[in-house]
Write a protein that binds this ligand. Structure first.
Ligand code: PGA
Length: 265
């Protein structure tokens, strides 16, 4: 049942914001939600350099903090990498895994995603595993095949019980940062396919139905309402529109509406 799943609105700040800017935005958001009675789970994913700053700024507001990436090994000679232990030290709650920009520009594969997912679960972070097809894959009618293999390979060698905290984000690559939204009904169809794939891999478990599936790709205040009406979409992973409080707050309120609808059922 959709109503049993958490609604999550996550902001992926990518490689934007200095520490001062990050603190200012986190403050504005924490202020902006103060008077709201109903809220979705809100997650801010600033760059590594601002994680500690943002964690401190959100304080007791209820806002959660996530990393955009991490190394899967716990320590060692891996110049330039950030380990799960370092993120735990800062107190992050979430971690994005396998964002398409990581796959596209930094060579991450489904196998890397699997290793990072295992490390995140071990560290008790909530993992948001990102999947999505490229434009060429969509035009070549390969969307479903790509999604199925991204999901099943990401979850390999894990049990349904270990995967209980999992969150999946469906982010069609062609919709990210392009202003081109994936049609809400089509995004819902792929979200349902993600659930079905999980159910097939873990047959006999209820995992596919209990995993929150988010949509990402040019989410805006003007698109959130329709997206949140889709039965298989439980929230949003927002890039560009999460960088300004005046755009992210209405998206958060769009998520809150879904929470209200679900609790009224
Ligand atoms: P966008 O990015 O909202 O700017 O399209 C989404 C994402 O990459 O997570």
């Amino acid at each position: 049942m959709a109503s049993a799943r958490k609604t999550i609105i996550a902001g992926n700040w990518k490689m934007f914001k200095t520490r001062a800017e990050a603190r200012a935005l986190a403050n504005e958001l924490a202020d902006g939600i103060k008077s709201e009675r109903v809220l979705p789970e809100i997650v801010l994913c600033p760059p590594f350099t601002s994680l500690a700053e943002v964690k401190e700024t959100v304080g007791t507001s209820g806002i959660k903090v996530g990393a955009q990436n991490m190394e899967y090994r716990m320590d060692g000679a891996f110049t330039g990498e950030i380990s799960p232990l370092m993120l735990a030290d800062i107190g992050v709650d979430y971690v994005l895994i396998g964002h398409s920009e990581r796959r596209q520009y930094y060579g991450e594969t489904n196998a890397t995603v699997n290793s990072k997912l295992k490390a995140a679960l071990k560290q008790k972070f909530v993992p948001i595993v990102c999947v999505g097809e490229s434009l060429a894959e969509r035009e070549g009618d390969r969307t479903d095949t790509v999604i199925r293999s991204q999901v099943s390979e990401a979850l390999a060698d894990l049990t349904a019980q270990e995967l209980a905290p999992l969150v999946v984000a469906y982010e069609p690559v062609w919709a990210i940062g392009t202003g081109k939204n994936c049609d809400a009904k089509e995004a819902n169809r792929v979200a349902a396919l993600i659930r079905k794939t999980i159910d097939e891999v873990f047959s006999g478990s209820n995992l596919g139905q209990s995993v929150p599936v988010l949509y990402g790709g040019s989410v805006k205040p003007s698109t959130i309402e329709e997206q949140m009406q889709q039965p298989d979409i439980d929230g949003a992973l927002v890039g560009g529109a999460s960088l300004k409080a005046e755009e992210f707050l209405p998206i958060i309120r769009g998520g809150a509406k879904r929470v209200q609808l679900a609790t009224a059922k």
